[in-house]
Design a protein around this ligand. Structure first.
Ligand SMILES: NC(=O)c1ccc[n+]([C@@H]2O[C@H](COP(=O)([O-])OP(=O)(O)OC[C@H]3O[C@@H](n4cnc5c(N)ncnc54)[C@H](OP(=O)(O)O)[C@@H]3O)[C@@H](O)[C@H]2O)c1
Length: 282
């Protein structure tokens, strides 16, 4: 079975491609760096030829609201049109738990728009909303240039990227759910406590400061904004075990999100031009 992973070179995408390969599917990593651009549509039809399943784990080139909205609107339409043409029988999208509660911010409006396009398309679909990836929180901590990093103390149930990829692989090999599912990690924490654990583990001198006004993708969080509902699927990797594993390789962060990334000589990725998604907006 051919599965096309749009964003197949990203944090979730490359894990998903690997997992699908292990499970015997023919997984294609589609991304601009591989000649497939969902925003312009270039290369999309060619990539989807003969495919049964499309998984969209791509991201906008910038977290900026207008750019993100433009990306998810245009890419969403291009992928759905091409998927319909190719006879895709499950169009899977990775979204964010709590997206409905954070709509005063543009990035979440953009993700909501991506979901709406899929629901209205008539194409068989599955929407998976995930909580924050451990790797994403680590990236925010390790990309921080200040000695003190303000992080919201909102409750969170973060998850390992490996668990997200595993769930997406399972969905890709099943039938279209025609509904929105949720996925979360096995434990509940305060976001700033997770960040503190990561900063402490790497002993890199940064200090996490709990700040209820610290922004998450531009949104000020309420206590429960990021929590999943009672029916969420639950990943298996506990934070402590994930942290122990990534300490062995000296970095847990990988990419912080959209924007150019350069590898720090010490192995910690930095994003000189990307605003941190969890820092207060000035
Ligand atoms: N961060 C979180 O905690 C979190 C939680 C829940 C859901 N999500 C969602 O999960 C998704 C994936 O996140 P991620 O962290 O894995 O993203 P990521 O690491 O930033 O990867 C983004 C991927 O999108 C590709 N891409 C960029 N522009 C594209 C275009 N025009 N056409 C096709 N592909 C394009 C990139 O390709 P190149 O390698 O060629 O640049 C890359 O493969 C996002 O939609 C995000 O909203 C994130």
């Amino acid at each position: 079975m051919k599965v096309v992973v749009i964003g197949g070179t990203g944090r979730i995408g490359r894990r998903l491609v690997r997992k699908l390969d292990q499970l015997g599917a023919t997984a294609i990593a589609a991304a601009p760096s591989r000649g497939v651009d969902a925003l312009t549509g270039a290369g999309v039809a060619e990539a989807l030829a003969g495919a049964e399943i499309l998984v969209d784990v791509s991201n906008a080139p910038s977290l900026d609201g207008a750019t993100a909205l433009q990306y998810f609107e245009a890419a969403g339409r291009n992928l759905l049109d091409a998927g319909r043409e190719a006879g895709i029988r499950n169009h899977i999208v990775l979204s964010i738990v709590g997206v409905d509660r954070l709509l005063d911010q543009h990035y979440f409006q953009a993700k909501k728009r991506q979901e709406e396009l899929v629901r209205a398309s008539g194409v068989p679909f599955t929407i998976l909303r995930s909580t924050q990836f451990f790797e994403f929180i680590a990236a925010v901590v390790q990309d921080g240039t200040e000695g003190e990093i303000p992080i919201s103390p909102a409750l969170a149930q973060p998850i390992a990227a490996a668990d997200v990829a595993e769930t997406l692989a399972e969905l890709a090999l099943g039938e279209a759910a025609g509904q929105t599912l949720e996925l979360a990690g096995p434990e509940r924490f305060r976001l700033d406590d997770v960040a503190t654990e990561i900063a402490t583990a790497f002993e890199d001198g940064r200090r996490i400061v709990a700040d209820v006004h610290a922004r998450y993708f531009g949104a000020e969080l309420q206590e429960t904004s990021l929590l999943p509902g009672p029916n969420a699927r639950i990943g298996s990797l506990r934070f402590e075990d994930w942290l122990r594993d990534c300490l062995k390789v000296q970095s847990c962060a990988e990419q912080a999100g959209p924007g150019p990334s350069v590898e720090h000589p010490g192995g910690i990725p930095t994003h000189p031009q990307a605003a941190s998604p969890m820092l207060p907006t000035k």
